[in-house]
Design a protein around this ligand. Structure first.
Ligand SMILES: [Zn+2]
Length: 283
């Protein structure tokens, strides 16, 4: 996508640097990829209770004070620059959607933490092996940009749109938080069986994919040839069925199959956020 350059006045960005799990723990690539699968399969992003996150966080070190120099963070690497460009565009696009629906006062920007290694969050501590995640407690999207190299391996040679899609998906969880959808679903999950709770997780994830599509659909003029295919490949590469290669039964899926994820992105691309409502209407 040809996004406009970021504007530090339009974004909240910080960078926490932690103990560097990769370095300190001496984890090899294989370990990190397996951990990333765990993250995708078991859904460590939207519904995290502190307890669950803590349980996978043994051995990470506390993070130091965050760097809040946005200009410095956003220009520190190509991935960081893209993330800041993407966040600027997401903020503008979603602020407009809320305003158009007379909900302008409910819109709040999320914070983006481009951390490295390990990070303390309101949802417990996180680390780079978890992949990108959103914490509702502090309304922050956490991305260790080293994930993008993993994504490129998982999705083939992925380009910028695949990375924007990941950011826009996490932003979708922020939308679910400020509209109250995620709170409603979470309380529903406490009243149903494990399998049903997982299905609700899948719906939330597909809706976040759909919201990612809405953002792209509303910025169609910036889309370049091949972008959509890149997004579809990324969506397919991180489907539960593909990641688990059939080892996990469908009722334990928490993010949806490759086909479902691609379809959700496609639904959103029509540019109407209302079309994403269907994912969380429970019949
Ligand atoms: Zn998600």
């Amino acid at each position: 996508m040809r996004l406009n350059p970021f504007n530090t006045g339009d974004i909240n960005v910080r960078s926490s640097s932690g103990g560097g799990v990769g370095k300190a723990g001496g984890l090899g690539c294989g370990t990190i990829i397996i951990a990333a699968l765990g993250y995708f399969v078991f859904g460590l992003d939207p519904f995290q209770t502190a307890a669950t996150v803590e349980s996978v966080q043994q051995g990470t070190q506390a993070s130091g004070p965050a760097n809040t120099n946005e200009q410095e963070i956003c220009t520190s690497s190509q991935y960081a620059r893209e993330a800041c460009d993407g966040l600027t565009s997401l903020n503008r696009t979603w602020a407009r959607v809320f305003e158009e629906q007379g909900l302008g006062d409910r819109f709040q920007q999320p914070t983006l933490d481009l951390y490295s290694g390990a990070v303390r969050t309101a949802c417990g501590s996180g680390n780079s092996s978890m992949g990108p995640f959103y914490c509702p407690g502090d309304q922050t999207i956490y991305i260790d940009t080293s994930f993008y190299d993993q994504l490129a391996r998982m999705a083939g040679n992925s380009g910028d749109f695949a990375r924007y899609y990941v950011l826009a998906h996490e932003y979708g969880h922020h939308i679910q938080t400020i509209t109250g959808i995620s709170g409603q679903i979470r309380s529903q999950q406490q009243r149903v069986s494990r399998g049903q709770a997982n299905q609700l997780s899948v719906r939330m994830e597909l809706q976040a994919d759909c919201y990612a599509g809405v953002w792209a659909g509303k910025n169609r003029n910036l889309i370049e040839p091949g972008d959509i295919e890149e997004g579809m490949e990324a969506a397919a590469a991180i489907g539960d069925d593909r990641l688990t290669q059939g080892r996990v039964s469908a009722e334990n899926f928490t993010h949806g199959t490759s086909a479902q994820r691609s379809q959700a992105l496609r639904t959103g691309l029509r540019g109407d956020d209302k079309a994403c409502d269907e994912y969380t209407i429970v019949r």
